[in-house]
Design a protein around this ligand. Structure first.
Ligand SMILES: NC(=O)c1ccc[n+]([C@@H]2O[C@H](COP(=O)([O-])OP(=O)(O)OC[C@H]3O[C@@H](n4cnc5c(N)ncnc54)[C@H](OP(=O)(O)O)[C@@H]3O)[C@@H](O)[C@H]2O)c1
Length: 337
């Protein structure tokens, strides 16, 4: 698909910044949307070779979306990555679910009513909108992009529920809103959604302290810091650089419009595996990292092969991902001390 100028929301976040770098390396022009132009300016400053290709626009918080008409102006494609991803909440529905859904609706509405040049929107959904928490093997089963999380809105928004459950709902109902918009309004653009599991890897967005790492990487950093090991809720993961390539493939692929994908490494992970890699690769951390044992859940699978084949990328190893992130986080820790 011939797309030259792309709006990326969530542009100063962990995944969005990698998507920006992958698009720039492909020679595309990129506009990042952010609530904080200071972070956008830091992104441009860190990429002096791309000052002609990269710009930022300020948008409002998705609790009350605004600024999107300016954001979608003149672009011919959108990658909508922005969505709240934090488990540190006081009101799950207000902080997670509503902004996730509002964000999708506002981006799609601005695109379809003000810019007929837009040909495709790629949505960063999540494996959270695919998985069924109570589905247990045996027998062995493999999740695919045809699966949907059965969680209801009422369950996700229940005041007594956890932020983890509410986040799963936020991703499911935001993705459903996107597909429903396409079905009901038949805009001039098509949609590709990507449903990745836990995403790890080095950061290229502005992070000024190791304590401020994004939610998923913070889990790995906790392991490197010697915390007791968390239990992986799912054994599936992807490297952020591979996921960025998946987004580029989803944006530019000729025959992928209307498709939903589950990009995921064929390797399973556990935090004990991460701990073992950290001990082997970083001698100085050998005594600090937990030696707790954890099995790796091989009882079921997730189809990441279809995404890699059709979107044109391959998967890094868990060793490379963990090593690259921990190496970078150790440098950040040293600079901060
Ligand atoms: N990390 C993972 O393991 C993982 C796995 C599967 C899917 N995902 C999905 O990938 C996307 C990016 O996640 P990430 O890990 O890169 O998280 P992140 O670093 O926290 O980035 C999230 C971005 O979304 C924007 N955002 C958050 N809440 C918002 C709100 N209320 N209104 C407007 N913008 C808001 C932020 O933009 P500004 O602060 O710049 O305004 C931020 O840049 C999310 O959709 C997430 O659900 C993540």
């Amino acid at each position: 698909m011939n797309i030259e100028f792309v709006l990326v929301t969530g542009a100063t976040g962990f995944i969005g910044a990698h998507i920006i770098d992958a698009l720039l390396a492909h020679g595309l022009r990129v506009r990042g949307a952010t609530r904080s132009l200071a972070k956008g300016e830091a992104m441009i400053k860190a990429r002096p070779q791309y000052t002609d290709q990269l710009e930022f626009v300020q948008i409002d918080d998705f609790e009350h979306p605004g600024g999107l008409v300016d954001a979608v102006k003149d672009v011919d494609g959108i990658i909508h990555t922005a969505s709240p991803f934090t488990y540190n909440t006081t009101n799950n529905e207000k902080e997670l679910i509503i902004p996730a859904i509002n964000g999708v609706k506002a981006v799609f509405e601005a695109a379809s009513t003000t810019n007929p040049k837009i040909r495709r929107i790629v949505l960063t959904s999540s494996f959270a909108s695919v998985m069924t928490v109570n589905r247990k093997a045996p027998p062995y089963f493999t999740y695919t992009a045809a699966d949907w999380n059965p969680l209801t809105y009422a369950e996700a928004a229940d005041k007594a529920t956890t932020p983890v459950v509410a986040y799963r709902g936020s991703k499911k109902f935001a993705e459903l809103a996107a597909w429903e918009y396409i079905r009901a309004k038949k805009p001039s653009f098509d949609l590709v959604s990507l449903c990745p599991p836990m995403t790890f890897g080095p950061v290229v967005h502005p992070v000024d302290a190791v304590e401020k790492l994004n939610e998923s990487n913070a889990m790995l950093w906790n392991v490197a810091s010697g915390s007791s090991l968390p239990v992986a809720r799912v054994p599936f993961w992807i490297d952020v650089r591979d996921l960025a390539q998946a987004h580029v493939g989803a944006l530019l692929g000729e025959d992928v419009g209307g498709r939903r994908y589950t990009p995921a490494s064929p390797e399973r992970f556990s935090y004990a595996l991460a701990a073992g890699i950290i001990r082997e690769e970083f001698g100085g951390l050998r005594d600090r990292v937990s030696r707790e044992e954890q099995g790796v859940d091989e009882s079921h699978g997730l189809d990441g092969e279809t995404a890699a084949r059709e979107l044109g990328y391959s998967y890094r190893s868990f060793r490379e991902t963990v090593s690259d992130l921990v190496k970078q986080a150790l440098e950040m820790e040293k600079e901060g001390s």
